[in-house]
Design a protein around this ligand. Structure first.
Ligand code: ARG
Length: 460
């Protein structure tokens, strides 16, 4: 058993059960790189402020760099009796360099150290996630350009509503992901604030130069209140909230991949490289990847609820409850990254079934709104036009016909305002191209949007 840093005040040794119960090193060891980075900056600052000597700081920094190598090479032995990553590294430093190592924790508490580590970690991971989102957007943009001639039904209430370009549908996901990037970017501003120097809760009697630490670690600002500094986990909550919304978006995309790959829809085929078979049914090709993306959203949402619940009603400042912040954050990072990394190759290798999509625009009277608006242009009030077209739909359902199959006489039986230009009105291509509202599905509009997005993503 390791001697605890607080052993001075204690008469009997900690119970093994209690050690296992309270430890966090089994999961917070992933912060090692950031813990060392923060300690290096802290040691440099201690020397610069005259609290330790330059020689001591050098010993500490060299020792820490040695530990970094040991961990990277898998030589470091993590010990549960040393509770967390912070004490594991500090203990090893003292083992390695002796007296100077005992000075590292001067003016610092694990309460400000742990939030520094998490902030450094989340700064990097947010960058990775943003890159991942961009990659997914990039593939969607390529697909949107490729399928500019493919029509499909847009759905409302899961019923065929109006024809759109497949490109337009794909671009809608790019817009969602743009908002996700903005949310992470906003959260990043609150992650990117330097907390060290708050100490346990009230600051320090020592002349700590917080601005210098911020500069060394490339933080644009320092936190403003020591109590809030060690109490605050808003940035973890915001990060997990942004991740939850992203997962919700990914789950919708995943759901459409699942749905569209069914025999019933047959709008696309996933590559064999991204599908699985059944252990019993030889004919099966299952969309497990999108199903798992859909399923994993719950893990991230769960983490958000855990964090909110953990913080709710917690009196100021740090309480040990807050050690429970890490696993939900790590789960969010891992889940989001896994999903973002698999989507680009999966989407790239997916074949969209153009014929099936085009065919689906023929049935379901997707032309109905256009015929109503045609009648409006001929002078009929919209409500009467709506009713007239409703009667045409009922007639077609009885006769087993679709709009393009109706003769001019049949049309004129419903309204004498209808002329022979009606055959153009019910052509899918025209229906799409007439939707020139900014952000609408007209081919020209979609091309405009693609151009804007390409410029934004710096794609040629
Ligand atoms: N492992 C702890 C955590 O993650 C570090 C801070 C511990 N502070 C304390 N006073 N026990 O929150």
């Amino acid at each position: 058993m390791n001697k605890k840093p607080w052993a001075g005040r204690f008469k009997i040794e900690t119970d093994k059960l209690m050690e296992d119960f309270t430890q966090s090193v089994s999961f917070d060891k992933r912060l090692y790189k950031y813990d060392i980075m923060g300690s290096v900056a802290h040691a440099k600052m201690l020397a610069r402020s005259g609290i330790i000597t330059d020689a001591e700081a050098k010993e500490i920094v060299d020792g820490l760099n040695g530990i970094l190598e040991e961990i990277k090479n898998g030589e470091f032995i993590f010990s549960v009796s040393l509770e967390d990553i912070h004490m594991n590294i500090e203990k090893r430093l003292i083992e390695k360099i002796g007296a100077a190592g005992e000075k590292l924790h001067t003016g610092r508490s694990r309460n400000d150290q742990v939030t520094l580590d998490l902030r450094l970690y989340l700064r990097d991971e947010t960058g990775e996630i943003l890159k991942g989102i961009r990659a997914v957007q990039g593939v969607l943009l390529e697909l949107a350009e490729k399928y500019l001639d493919t029509f499909m039904p847009a759905y409302t209430h899961m019923q065929r509503a109006q024809p759109v370009l497949l490109s337009h549908h794909l671009l809608s996901y790019i817009e969602m992901f743009k908002r996700d990037c903005a949310r992470y970017g906003c959260c990043y501003k609150r992650i990117n604030i330097m907390p060290l120097g708050a100490g346990a809760v009230a600051g320090s009697t020592l002349p700590l130069d917080r601005e210098y630490v911020a500069k060394l670690l490339d933080f644009p600002e320092i936190t403003g209140n020591s109590i809030d500094t060690v109490s605050d986990r808003d940035y973890c909550i915001e990060f997990t909230a942004a991740s939850s919304i992203l997962m919700m978006h990914l789950s919708r995309l995943a759901e459409e991949l699942v749905l569209w790959s069914t025999e019933e829809f047959d709008f696309l085929e996933l590559s064999d490289a991204f599908a699985t078979g059944s252990s019993m049914m030889p004919q099966k090709k299952n969309p497990d990847v999108p199903e798992l993306i859909r399923g994993r959203a719950g893990k991230v949402y769960g983490g958000l609820v855990s964090l909110l619940t953990m913080m709710k009603g917690l009196p100021l400042s740090y309480s040990r409850d807050m050690q429970e912040d890490k696993e939900p954050v790590f789960t969010a990072v891992d889940t989001v990254k896994q999903c973002l990394y698999i989507l680009p190759p999966l989407l790239k290798s997916t074949v969209f079934n153009r014929d099936k999509m085009m065919e689906a625009t023929r049935k379901g009277f997707l032309e109905a709104t256009d015929v109503a608006e045609y009648l409006v242009q001929k002078g009929l009030p919209f409500r009467s036009a709506h009713e007239t077209v409703g009667r045409v739909v009922a007639y077609c359902l009885e006769q087993g016909k679709i709009f393009p199959e109706l003769s001019l006489e049949e049309w004129r039986g419903f309204s004498s305002l209808i002329g022979d230009d009606i055959s153009d009105v019910v052509k899918t291509k025209n229906i799409i191209d007439k939707r020139k509202t900014a952000g609408g599905t007209a081919r020209d509009e979609v091309k405009k949007r693609i151009a804007v997005l390409k410029k934004e993503f710096k794609v040629k």
